[in-house]
Design a protein around this ligand. Structure first.
Ligand code: AMP
Length: 416
């Protein structure tokens, strides 16, 4: 037997319907914020992730699916959405007229070669969005507002935004120098990953899960003390806007996020003060790093699968079911043709309709009616059809009514 690959999963039936329902909510919300949908290719040139985003990030080092295609090209399956969207933005010269921002959202599969565990798959979905062209705190606030309200609209109300700023390049460089100076005498006491990060991306030591309780990390210098005036003002403006918008946030000066393309604001969406469901931030240099002009941008990515899992664990009901509206039974082969065209007619008029495709006995067809939990059933027979009518039965109340074939759609419209 061929089985599914490690870290992948099949989505079927009610689970798939739940996702469609959640997608509809998220699509509608994104459209209210005037974001357009984008779908980028699953595979891209490897250099998009390996050069552009920076070799020092954890994800790039360990987690991508890289391979050579038959044309000897270096290919990578997208591990995140932002780089592909930025590639699209540059390739299509979307920056041509930046008098208004370019705002897009996506719902796409991502691929990371991770050790599969709860909440970590090798193929997973991220729902995310990006806003190009504005360097204003108002754009930061809009992105945070969209992320925050998406979870709340889905019914996850105990949501907190963890917020931090990494400042501009000058502030960040000053901070990195101070951090290195502070950590250097004690670096041997930190975990091997942190020792490696010390030279490659010292900021990432701050959010090391392994060393979180280590006294050395508890007393590190604070980024706040190294922000220049512009960076500080911008962050203060953002928190003012979030206060005004009544968004529940806390400032966490250890939050740096995994990817090193972030500048200024970074944030994470946390459920019940502990569970990270997504994250994002401002990335003012990435468009330029990937070969475009200098265009500021800000974005967010939701871990969609974890969000679905949380909806489930919290018992938040998603109103979907597999029920059928009308089941068409037939007494003999003679009524099969009527079943075929009538089923099509009802379906095209908006009803979920089933008929027997297995040439079952009438008794077995009745069993299917219950299995499909059909609201109505119609037993097609030559006597009724000769009068251009059917007998429709409500499967719950067991009430029956004679209805002319021409009036059937109206009848169902009135009763459903
Ligand atoms: P990141 O792109 O790493 O910032 O991740 C954003 C969100 O995507 C995380 O908060 C997770 O909820 C989700 N996520 C990241 N990696 C995985 C994975 N391997 N499997 C499932 N969800 C993931």
């Amino acid at each position: 037997m061929i089985t599914k690959q490690k870290g992948t999963y099949d989505i079927y039936g009610l689970e798939a319907k739940k996702r469609m329902y959640v997608n509809d909510i998220l699509d509608a919300l994104c459209q209210k914020y005037n974001y357009s949908n984008i779908i980028t290719p699953v595979f891209e040139a490897s250099e998009l992730f390996h050069r552009g985003v920076g070799e020092s990030t954890d994800m790039v080092q360990k987690e991508t699916y890289d391979f050579k295609d038959r044309g000897d090209r270096d290919i990578t399956l997208r591990p995140e959405g932002t780089a592909g969207v930025v590639r699209w933005f540059i390739e299509n010269k979307m920056y041509g007229n930046m008098s208004d921002p370019v705002k897009v959202y996506y719902n796409m599969k991502m691929y990371r070669y991770e050790r599969p565990q709860s909440g970590r798959q090798r193929e997973f979905t991220q729902w995310g969005f990006e806003c190009f062209g504005s360097d204003d705190a108002l754009a930061d606030a809009e992105v945070i507002s969209l992320a925050y309200n998406a979870y709340r609209l889905l019914g996850l109300d105990n949501i907190t935004i963890k917020l931090n700023t990494l400042g501009d390049a000058e502030s960040r460089e000053n901070y990195k120098v101070a951090l290195k100076k502070y950590l250097e005498p004690n670096i041997k006491d930190l975990c091997p990953d942190c020792q490696e990060r010390f030279n490659k991306n010292v900021l990432r030591i701050l959010d090391c899960k392994f060393d979180a309780e280590n006294e050395i990390l508890k007393n590190v210098p604070k980024i706040n003390d190294y922000l220049n005036e512009e960076s500080l003002n911008r962050f203060n403006k953002l928190t003012e806007l979030l206060d005004l918008m009544d968004i529940n946030y806390v400032v966490d000066d250890k939050l740096v996020r995994g990817l090193d393309y972030y500048t200024h604001m970074v944030f994470e969406v946390v459920l019940d003060d502990s569970y990270a469901l997504g994250g994002g931030g401002r990335y003012n240099n990435l468009v330029e790093t990937l070969g475009g002009p200098s265009i500021p941008a800000v974005g967010f990515a939701m871990g969609y699968d974890r969000t679905m899992q949380m909806l489930d664990e919290k018992g938040i009901e998603i109103p979907v079911n597999d029920d059928v509206d009308v089941y068409l039974l037939y007494v003999s082969e003679d009524e099969k043709e009527t079943a075929a065209y009538l089923a099509q007619d009802l379906r095209l008029n908006g009803f979920i309709c089933e008929t027997d495709l297995m040439s079952k006995s009438l008794k077995a067809q009745f069993k299917s009616v219950d299995r499909y939990n059909s609201k109505y059933l119609i037993v097609l027979n030559d006597k009724d059809l000769a009068n251009d009518e059917v007998v429709i039965k409500d499967n719950k109340t067991k009430e029956e009514e004679h209805v002319k074939l021409n009036d059937l759609v109206d009848y169902l419209d009135m009763h459903m």
